[in-house]
Ligand binder design. Structure first.
Ligand code: TYD
Ligand code: MG
Length: 450
């Protein structure tokens, strides 16, 4: 290690500082929380050379909205908040094999016509990238490839060539010679991200970083990367189903919680312009325990099918499962049904499933879960042309949810004829014609609907 530089170790939990690595933090007693950090001794006289800092009035700062680079992949642009901001650092996280490399290579394909792009891979060889690219169709010569993991080398290449867009696949493979620990460790990942941040801000290059998600569900350690980058996108989905969802978790230049829906095909990822239609395909006809609910994903309503199966329990302990939604929420709703609507569910097993493998946690699907449970319990099918949304409270009241007009409009667009919604929201959607609105105040009113 170079002279003047030394390493100290910090506990990531409490910030305790040590000269050596320890398994357990002596201050907060947490295990495995120490990370190495590089400390550079300040040069004497550095302060004297410093320029004077200048302050600027907010009104005097000019911005250029037009400068956003459109990827022309609409689902991607939406999640980014309208395109790639020059000089931004974007982290794309997700499970291995979900399609991160494919997505970013497709962005490169779209943009390589007019921009110079550098795709740096630390995971795949040039031939492997070429094989993948072959499946996607023609590429322009503006896409440059580099297979390298050495951070210092990568830095000098970027500084020399100055491409407009850089893709780093993946951050876990990058290593800096100045940090002693192995690639993929928290300090390496942090150091690399820092370097890319400086490059992005200093040269005005947009950089995409791919990050694999650890078993705990965060990118490389306890969220070390998320606060450093401008935008965090998660690419998720069921590996067995073909659709993928790109979700904004943090965005300094746009709203979060927007989603983009893609389908993994033979020739790469295809945009799904109408996710509701896609999610509802293959719905069973005339079967009990199935209902269509509406959940908002950012500004977009998505219709999903909620299925419930309620059957007599053979043992003293009834089984309950929830796939695609919160298990505790399902238990809570069942308790509300038992106490407020007099349904004797304690002797029944209950299985709740959001069809299609998608995950939904919005309270607005409560009413859907409740109706699916009642429908299965009473073995009465629900009208196929009916959709429901509303939050259910502990006293069995049906509460208002946000953006009811958008939900009703989406249902109407897809040909639904009846909409069951909270009574308080009904006045807000009176403007929407051509769909029957049924306002409910309590779950007892829902019970009498079936
Ligand atoms: P990949 O982008 O390599 O995942 P990640 O970078 O997130 O680890 O995606 C790999 C998966 O995508 C792999 O299982 C094969 C599938 N795939 C397709 O189905 N069609 C395609 O055109 C491509 C390129 C990949
Ligand atoms: Mg990959």
């Amino acid at each position: 290690m170079a002279k003047g530089k030394k390493s100290i170790f910090f506990c990531q939990n409490c910030g305790h500082e040590e000269g050596k690595w320890l398994g357990q933090c002596p201050a907060c007693k947490e295990w495995n929380t120490f990370v190495e950090e590089k400390v550079t001794a300040a040069r004497p006289g550095a302060a004297r050379q410093m320029k004077e800092a200048e302050v600027v009035a907010l009104s005097g700062v000019s911005t250029d909205e037009e400068a956003r680079i459109k990827t022309t992949i609409e689902e991607m642009d939406r999640v980014l908040g309208g395109g790639i901001v020059p000089g931004s650092l974007v982290l794309v996280g997700g499970d291995p094999g979900i399609g991160k490399s494919t997505l970013l290579l497709q962005v490169c394909q779209k943009l390589s016509q007019e921009k110079e792009i550098l795709y740096i891979s630390g995971e795949e060889s040039l031939a492997q990238i070429k094989l993948r690219a072959n499946r996607m169709g023609p590429f322009k010569d503006n896409l440059l490839l580099l297979c390298e993991t050495n951070l210092e080398l990568i830095r000098s290449v970027i500084e020399k060539r100055r491409p407009q867009l850089v893709v780093i696949d993946s951050i876990q493979t990058m290593y800096s010679e100045e940090v002693a620990s192995a690639p993929g460790s928290v300090s390496q990942v942090r150091e690399s991200t820092n370097v890319f941040m400086q490059l992005a801000k200093g040269l005005g290059i947009s950089i995409f970083i791919v990050g694999h998600v650890t078993k705990e569900g965060t990118v490389a350690g306890p969220r070390v990367l998320e606060h450093m980058v401008d935008t965090v996108l998660y690419f998720e989905g069921d590996r067995h189903a073909s659709y993928r969802i790109l979700r904004g978790v943090k965005n300094r230049f746009g709203s979060t919680n927007e989603i983009g829906v893609f389908e993994m095909r033979q020739d790469g990822l295809q945009e799904v312009a109408n996710p509701s239609e896609y999610m509802l395909s293959g719905r069973p006809e005339n079967s009990s325990g199935s209902v269509v609910a509406c959940s908002m994903e950012g500004t977009r309503p998505i219709l999903i099918e909620i299925q419930a199966l309620v059957c007599q329990s053979n043992f003293g302990m009834p089984r309950r499962t929830a796939a695609g939604t919160d298990y505790n929420r399902v238990n809570l709703l069942m308790a509300v049904l038992e106490k407020r609507a007099g349904l004797h569910l304690s002797n029944y097993d209950a299985y709740v499933n959001i069809a299609g493998g998608i995950k939904m946690n919005e309270p607005a699907i409560d009413l859907g879960i409740v109706m699916a449970l009642i429908s299965s319990y009473k073995n009465r099918p629900i009208d196929e042309k009916m959709i429901v949304f509303g939050e259910v409270g502990l006293s069995g009241e049906v509460r208002a949810v946000n953006m009811p007009e958008q939900r009703v409009a989406e249902a109407k667009k897809l040909g639904f004829e009846t909409c069951v919604l909270p009574e308080v929201s009904r006045d807000l959607v009176k403007g929407v014609k051509g769909i029957r609105l049924v306002g409910v105040k309590t779950i007892n009113e829902v019970l009498s609907l079936l």
